[in-house]
Design a protein around this ligand. Structure first.
Ligand SMILES: Nc1ncnc2c1ncn2[C@@H]1O[C@H](COP(=O)(O)OP(=O)(O)OP(=O)(O)O)[C@@H](O)[C@H]1O
Ligand SMILES: O=c1[nH]c(=O)c2[nH+]cn([C@@H]3O[C@H](COP(=O)(O)O)[C@@H](O)[C@H]3O)c2[nH]1
Ligand SMILES: NC(=O)CC[C@H](N)C(=O)O
Ligand SMILES: [Mg+2]
Length: 525
């Protein structure tokens, strides 16, 4: 955790304790949509170690059974906070387990829609709601009312679909209000936070900017200096702009040209960030160093490792060259960590299999003994984009598709050489240019061209050609975990294919990738 005063001490905060449900992060998401700040922590969080006082606590769902020997349980100190509590699914079963243990296996699993029948319409939790569809996902159920509770809602299969404590604001619901299939679920979550917890709805990026700039200034102090790796992507640019607003030229941004950036990228980023945004940025051309190390390497994971390691090496070397004006060493490192990265690392989940290693290149500099500053660690991507717009970052940059750290090296399949990178770059540039011209850029989540290591026969100007193949990829997704390919008009693909074959030497054929994720991944390597 970055030092300095926490956001949860500044904004009214709902604490979400995660019991491992696949939907847990959506609870936080929904509340933020109502300008309510919410933070998710693992269910094992000790309340005495929290460092701030929540306005209310939500216990999420989870895959376990409360009665199982190894089931996770909440710190009972939440009840001493004297704030409203809402248990969702496993969370409700946990409340019931603590108050009489009447939880067991149901006769049938309930997965899918159910109709919620509200019994107590006057209860603030149901304000503005009526009987509606809710989403169920459980196999266990309450076999009786927990001691001291009463029923406020039912469904066909769940006689205790909504319960509340007789005298305290402690609620339990069997369904999942956080998923969109629960048609009035958002209202219920808002009611809990606003009507019951009296949380202020002041979580806006306008308010965040000032708070964050003050926080950075207090943390860094009047003279210390900060470095940061900046790629020209959304996250590092927004973080850099915020740093620049806070401490001006005491922030040093470094962009490493690794030889596998997009066409004219280093120059374009320099122009936008230095001239447009006043960021103190240096571009370090290390392209020869990277390309030399990549020589002869074809394995995708080896490519990632080489690029990651070389990046650290170059970055450290450049950082050492910076001599702060106060005569001391650089003390802080800026990172563009986002909330989903934080959630992934704190979430109460078992290990999942590694398909590919996505290293956050900036994230590996542990031995630099620098203190971390992560101004975006509380924000989701759409919040970062909104913040970027407010900070005056050009619209096109704020809405840029993500670009992987290993760049074009994982889009040139097989060996990476300067010539191969050049072909992939030119083809990619034409493709993106046409996508923008057709007004499709913002409908697509990510698009790029890949160069395949196969040769194919063609004919141009009565001459036989024998050249490589470009594969175009464009996907639509919300979370990049699953994705669908984008349904371009045929005329669009025809135009792009024709331009690429005509304008890029070394390409004989163009194909369009029509595989979803899964089974494919977004990148080809
Ligand atoms: N060529 C580079 N030079 C300097 N830093 C880099 C470079 N490539 C990546 N980084 C660092 O690695 C981090 C992670 O990259 P990542 O692609 O996840 O984020 P981003 O580039 O800031 O934003 P986006 O997700 O929109 O691409 C960046 O925030 C940046 O700090
Ligand atoms: O910084 C990165 N380093 C990597 O090594 C890397 N590999 C994939 N990606 C990006 O992650 C998202 C999902 O991609 P995949 O479906 O290919 O795993 C997509 O947005 C990919 O571009 C990477 N980003
Ligand atoms: N979604 C949930 O929280 C499920 C809780 C519990 N594992 C059950 O099956 O009932
Ligand atoms: Mg990037």
């Amino acid at each position: 955790m970055a030092a300095g005063e926490q956001v949860s001490n500044i904004f009214d905060t709902i604490l979400v304790l995660d019991f491992g449900s696949q939907y847990s992060h959506l609870i936080t998401r929904r509340l933020r949509e109502f300008n309510i700040y919410a933070e998710m922590l693992p269910c094992t969080q000790k309340i005495s170690e929290l460092g701030w006082t929540p306005k209310g606590v939500i216990l999420s769902g989870g895959p376990y059974s409360v009665y199982a020997e190894d089931a996770p349980h909440v710190d009972h100190a939440i009840f001493d906070l004297n704030v409203p509590i809402l248990g969702i699914c496993y969370g409700m079963q946990e409340l019931a387990w603590i108050n009489g243990k009447q939880v067991g296996r149901g006769d049938k699993r309930e997965y899918g829609p159910a109709t919620l029948k509200v019994i107590d319409n006057s209860n603030p939790l149901f304000k503005g709601m009526n009987d509606s569809t809710v989403w169920m996902s459980h196999g266990d159920k309450l076999h009786g009312l927990p001691t001291g509770y009463k029923t406020i809602a039912v469904s066909d299969n769940s006689p205790y679909c909504g319960i509340v404590h007789e005298t305290k604001a402690i609620y339990g619901i069997q369904f999942h209000p956080e998923v969109t299939h629960s048609t009035q679920g958002k209202t219920l979550l808002k009611n809990f936070a606003v009507e019951l917890c009296h949380t202020k709805q002041n979580w806006t990026m306008e308010n965040f900017i000032d708070t964050e700039i003050n926080r950075i200034r207090n943390l860094v102090g009047p003279t210390a200096e900060v470095i940061g790796a900046v790629s020209g992507g959304v996250d590092s640019t927004v973080a850099s702009k915020l740093m620049t607003e806070a401490i001006g030229d005491r922030f040093h941004a470094i962009l490493v040209d690794n030889g596998v950036l997009r066409l004219n990228e280093a120059a374009n980023v320099k122009k936008t960030l230095v001239e447009g945004l006043g960021i103190n940025l240096d571009v370090v051309d290390a392209s020869e160093e990277f390309l030399t190390k990549l020589k002869g390497v074809t394995d995708p994971e080896k490519k990632r490792k080489i690029i990651g390691n070389t990046f650290i090496h170059v970055f450290e070397r450049e950082a050492e060259k910076i001599k702060p004006k106060d005569g001391k060493e650089i003390q802080f490192l800026l990172q563009g960590t986002l909330y989903p990265d934080v959630i992934e690392s704190i979430s109460f989940k078992g290990p999942s299999q590694t398909i590919k290693t996505h290293h956050n290149v900036g994230g590996l500099l542990e031995n630099m003994k620098l203190k971390l500053i992560e101004p975006l660690r509380e924000l989701f991507k759409d919040e970062v984009r909104h913040l970027g717009e407010l900070l005056g970052i050009p619209h096109d940059l704020v809405w840029r598709h993500p670009f992987p750290g290993p760049g074009i090296a994982i889009r040139v399949l097989g060996e990476v050489t300067k010539e191969q990178v050049e072909i992939a770059r030119k083809a990619d540039n034409i493709y993106i240019e046409e996508i923008k011209k057709a007004g499709l850029y913002n409908q697509i989540s990510q698009a790029f061209a890949c160069l395949l290591p196969v040769k194919s026969v063609g004919v141009m100007g009565d001459q036989r050609t024998y050249d490589q193949v470009i594969a175009l990829r464009a996907i639509e997704t919300t979370d990049f975990m699953t994705a669908d390919w984008f349904p371009f008009e045929h005329s669009f693909l025809k135009k792009v294919a024709s331009r690429i074959v005509n304008e890029v030497d070394g390409v004989a054929r163009v194909t369009y990738d029509i595989t979803s994720k899964p089974p494919a991944t977004v990148e080809w390597e």
